[in-house]
Ligand binder design. Structure first.
Ligand SMILES: Nc1ncnc2c1ncn2[C@@H]1O[C@H](COP(=O)(O)OP(=O)(O)O)[C@@H](O)[C@H]1O
Ligand SMILES: CSC[C@H]1O[C@H](OP(=O)(O)O)[C@H](O)[C@@H]1O
Length: 405
């Protein structure tokens, strides 16, 4: 057994040399630590004598973004690796292939996806991803359906739930998304220019009621095995391909939490566009593209999820006429509520998004933050009543109309 310690880049190279592949004996290995996330080390190991490369991701025993004062269990590395393997089985080629792992060192050796770009960065750079909605719709439909009671044996599902109990990571979400933005909390992080908005979040009881209900759903509804943090910083893309990484927040929770994460991060990018484009016609074009993507992600997911119901259902009672429509309606409402909560947390909570934080003009940045909060709050407050994605896009539009230019 190897004693856990964070690897140095040189140790990562030594480890890579002991692996059965992909490197050969004459490899000349180079290593860079490229982790730009909030929690882990990520080593990029390349062979100077060939085009071969790997990624070694290692968990730290604390939250990197805060420091050692915030301890975290290393079990998340095992959970991340096991869900990557499960997702690879369900959606081959849509997550990095796992080559090797070491649970004592809390690390996973995986496929290098550096020929793709992190979607958040791609969007900020102005790229378009016309196949993204189909791809992510397929990924979410298959991973959520086949890990739920609809698509897998219900006793095996209970066994699987046991393997994916992830309390430290869930607590981060419970605190950062479903609690701290709505009270004074040390972790909260927002600009003084929006103190009025933060104060409004703390005193809005109708909003608190909806957040309490969403929080309860997150805490108690073990519907399917979630990725758990499916934002655009956890998705690698090209114009032809989509690959999902970083499922260390995986656990059995409500399906809408994953779908909502995707929609929220597209909407966060959408509200950032006015701060990025001076030219009105370019901006309009890009805004339309983003809203189309929001609509298409839901539609593609919905279509594929319902198709699996027809072809792959294992629960006979779920064939009862009317049940599918009610199930998907509730899943849609959850999606919209969680999307709203995820927008709010990225403005006033600990961890932000580059889409908004990199807007250089302070007034434009503040405007984008106010827009994100207006949309987020509208989604949260209306989540229990919406029925269609068209209605949601109308809600977005009316929420934005309330924000002063
Ligand atoms: N399989 C991979 N291939 C290439 N780069 C990767 C891979 N996994 C992670 N990375 C890089 O490392 C960064 C951080 O990885 P991530 O898994 O998101 O870490 P964290 O859990 O700390 O957020 C990503 O933004 C990406 O740039
Ligand atoms: C203290 S962790 C904050 C935040 O970071 C995670 O995202 P990522 O590791 O992908 O940057 C997750 O969203 C957590 O809520």
């Amino acid at each position: 057994m190897t004693q856990y310690h964070p690897l140095t880049p040189q140790e990562a190279i030594e480890l890579a040399k002991t692996l059965p592949g992909p490197f050969t004996a004459d490899a000349n290995l180079d290593c860079r630590e490229i982790g730009d996330g909030n929690l882990n080390l990520v080593f990029h190991i390349t062979d100077q004598n060939s085009d071969k490369s790997i990624i070694i991701k290692q968990a730290l025993p604390y939250a990197k973004v805060v420091g050692e004062s915030w301890p975290l269990s290393l079990v998340r590395a095992r959970i991340e690796r096991e869900i990557l393997q499960e997702e690879y089985r369900l959606c081959p080629g849509m997550v990095p292939e796992v080559y090797h792992y070491d649970d004592d060192l809390a690390l996973t050796v995986m496929e290098d996806l550096s020929d793709h770009v992190i979607m958040r960065k791609g969007l900020i750079d102005g790229a378009s991803y016309p196949l993204f909605a189909q791809h992510i719709g397929e990924f979410m439909a298959r991973t959520l359906f086949f890990t739920s009671d609809l698509g897998m044996n219900q006793q095996q599902k209970k066994e699987q739930q046991g393997r994916f109990v992830n309390p430290d990571q869930c607590k981060i979400t419970e605190d950062l998304i479903f609690d701290e933005p709505y009270r004074i909390a040390q972790n909260n992080n927002y600009e003084t220019a929006i103190e009025d908005e933060a104060e409004a979040l703390r005193t809005d009881e109708a909003l608190h009621l909806e957040i309490a209900l969403l929080r309860e759903k997150f805490l108690t509804h073990g519907q399917a095995l979630l990725h758990g943090d499916l934002h655009t910083g956890s998705i690698f893309v090209t114009s032809e391909s989509t690959k999902v990484i970083d499922p260390e927040f995986a656990f059995y929770g409500p399906m809408g939490f994953d779908v909502g994460a995707v929609l929220a991060n597209l909407l966060l990018h959408y509200v950032s566009l006015s701060g990025r484009f001076q030219d009105q016609s370019t901006r309009n074009k890009r805004e339309t593209e983003l809203l189309d993507m929001v609509r298409d992600v839901w539609t593609e997911f919905d279509t594929r999820f319902r198709a699996l119901w027809t072809t792959a259902l294992v629960d006979p009672m779920a064939k009862t006429p009317g049940y599918q429509d009610l199930y998907v309606q509730q899943l849609f409402r959850d999606t919209i509520g969680f999307a709203g909560a995820k927008m709010v947390r990225r403005i006033v909570g600990l961890a932000h998004v580059a889409d908004i934080d990199t807007i250089t003009d302070a007034a434009e940045r503040e405007h984008a933050q106010r827009k994100a909060l207006a949309v987020g709050k509208a989604l949260i407050k209306n989540n229990r009543h919406v029925n269609t994605i068209g209605e949601v896009l109308d809600l977005v539009s009316s929420a934005l109309a309330t924000v002063k230019a």
